[in-house]
Design a binder for this molecule. Structure first.
Ligand SMILES: Nc1ncnc2c1ncn2[C@@H]1O[C@H](COP(=O)(O)OP(=O)(O)O)[C@@H](O)[C@H]1O
Ligand SMILES: [Mg+2]
Length: 486
């Protein structure tokens, strides 16, 4: 290590193999990278996990001071550092097997060492560039093969920057021609078509504004509310009677299933190619309050145009190298679940048969589609995809503001976590429990992350790292609505 390197402190006290204490002589921030020269292995990368100001000013002295009296206080800045390791001859990250010596000098780590040990490299073909290592000019790229093969979760409180980050990720996937299907409950992702207005961050991050209009297509069950979308429909003949009840908004299966089956059987006997309009006509003559409700709800389904003779074909829905948005804005929650369940099932079945390319399935508001408590129509298939999808090249990405409310088995199958600010203690606990290698210091840092900084675990990296997310090349569609003009 050369002489110009900035020394920031010295190791003291008992020294462990995983962490050590140091007295700090220069200011450093929690999360900063440090280096210690090891006799056997050269520079070893470490990270400041916690800071404390120690002083000799105790309760007794504090109590004995008069109101305006100043005291001479002797203080020291104490740091707790975690040892990340060094790269050995084979390129593997190793921890020293003998503790550092007390008294050893601690330096600010230089970027080549950080890049080498963390494994930050530019991969033109397989890297999704999501941002820069916090406080450094080092690119953080996620391994696209890992993303698709090993599932991703994006976790943060509302307004934490989940949709923005996901936009960044999808831009990268589109640049690499990875096929994506995005369940978009709020209709936020249509803006991936349009380039962003240039902003101050572009030069530092090396980003150019760019739209992806040619690679984005949008479907929606409600095209009157979402005019940019093509109609998403399902085949009536492939919809079983229970699902039809969901489309009708009827939850009381016991009451309605039998009578609806009767109507369908009678209509199908006359014309196997029946339509919803045929069912409406038949229900007109159904008797009693139940018959009346069935008639009224079938009329509603007819208006939604959700069930057609053909249904949207898979070949239209999935386009190789492109992103398909399934815009569910304005669609009732139970119908949303059904849509997600049916699309996910179709994608998984056809992926197993190799009929569609490997793809990345994004579920926004995933706690609604695979809840920890209670069930959603879509729960089972999403759990299946979480546990088996990787074998078939179906990558799942779940996005949620309630880590505690999403099914634990789904969350724990995600090997890459992108975590932005989270403050709810229950959500923090769920995150700490589902992720290996998070230190207490990192968990504390998650609570105060500024907007635009993420903690990344997995994604091809062996240690969690903090990343400043790059600006979007496309317009962000999730701006909050201004209620009062600024
Ligand atoms: N990386 C970022 N850089 C700049 N602004 C950001 C970034 N991430 C989020 N924002 C801003 O924060 C707001 C909330 O982000 P959003 O992604 O919509 O939150 P969430 O989806 O978590 O509710 C956005 O309107 C956006 O302007
Ligand atoms: Mg959002």
């Amino acid at each position: 290590m050369n002489r110009t390197v900035e020394e920031i402190g010295r190791i003291f006290g008992d020294v462990g193999l995983g962490q050590f204490h140091l007295s700090l002589s220069n200011p450093v921030e929690r999360g900063d990278y440090l280096a210690v020269e090891d006799e056997a292995h050269g520079a070893v990368l470490c990270q400041l996990d916690d800071l404390k100001r120690k002083s000799d000013f105790d309760l007794e002295r504090a109590g004995s001071l008069g109101p305006r009296e100043e005291a001479a206080i002797h203080e020291n800045l104490l740091g707790i550092a975690r040892i990340i390791g060094y790269r050995d001859g084979q390129g593997l990250v190793k921890l020293p097997t003998i503790p550092f010596r007390p008294g050893a000098h601690v330096f600010r780590a230089e970027e080549p060492l950080i890049a080498q040990v963390l494994g930050l490299k530019h991969h033109a073909n397989s890297g999704a560039y999501v941002g820069l290592l916090r406080n450094h000019a080092l690119r953080v790229e996620l391994d696209i093969n890992q993303l698709v093969q090993r599932h991703v979760s994006v976790l943060a409180k509302t307004g934490g920057g989940k949709s923005y980050l996901l936009g960044v990720l999808i831009e990268e996937l589109l640049r690499h021609h990875v096929t994506c299907v995005i369940i978009d409950p709020h209709g936020e992702y249509g803006s991936l078509r349009s380039p962003a207005q240039k902003n101050g961050g572009y030069a530092r991050f090396g980003v150019e504004s760019q739209g992806f209009a040619r690679q984005v297509q949008e479907y929606s069950p409600d095209v009157s509310l979402n005019p940019n979308a093509k109609p998403l429909t399902f085949s009536l003949r492939h919809t079983d009677t229970r699902d039809l009840l969901v489309f009708m908004g009827l939850t009381n299966v016991k009451t309605f299933l039998g009578p609806l089956k009767q109507i369908i059987d009678a209509v199908a006997a006359r014309n196997p190619e029946y339509t919803v309009a045929d069912l409406v006509r038949a229900a007109e003559h159904a008797e009693g309050a139940v018959g009346e409700t069935l008639h009224e709800r079938l009329e509603y389904v007819e208006q939604t145009k959700l069930l057609g003779p053909q249904g949207t074909s898979l070949n239209d829905l999935v386009q190789k190298g492109e992103a398909t948005l399934v815009n569910l804005r304005g669609v009732a929650p139970d119908v949303q679940e059904l849509v997600v369940a049916r699309i996910s099932t179709t994608l998984f079945d056809n992926r197993k048969k190799g009929k569609i390319p490997p793809l990345f399935l994004v579920i926004e508001e995933a706690h609604n589609f695979a809840p920890q408590q209670g069930t959603a129509t879509s729960s089972r298939i999403l759990k299946n995809i979480a546990s088996e999808g990787r074998k078939f090249g179906l990558g799942l990405c779940v996005v949620t503001q309630r880590a505690a409310r999403i099914d634990k088995s789904v969350l724990s199958q995600c090997n890459t976590q992108l975590i932005l600010q989270v403050t709810n203690p229950l959500d923090l606990r769920a995150i700490a429990q589902s992720i290996e290698g998070l230190t207490d210091g990192m968990t504390e840092m998650i609570q105060s992350l500024p907007v635009g900084t993420a903690l990344i675990t997995g994604g091809g990296y062996h240690t969690p790292l903090f990343c400043e997310i790059r600006p979007r090349a496309t317009r962000h569609g999730g701006e909050s609505v201004q209620i009062v003009a600024a």
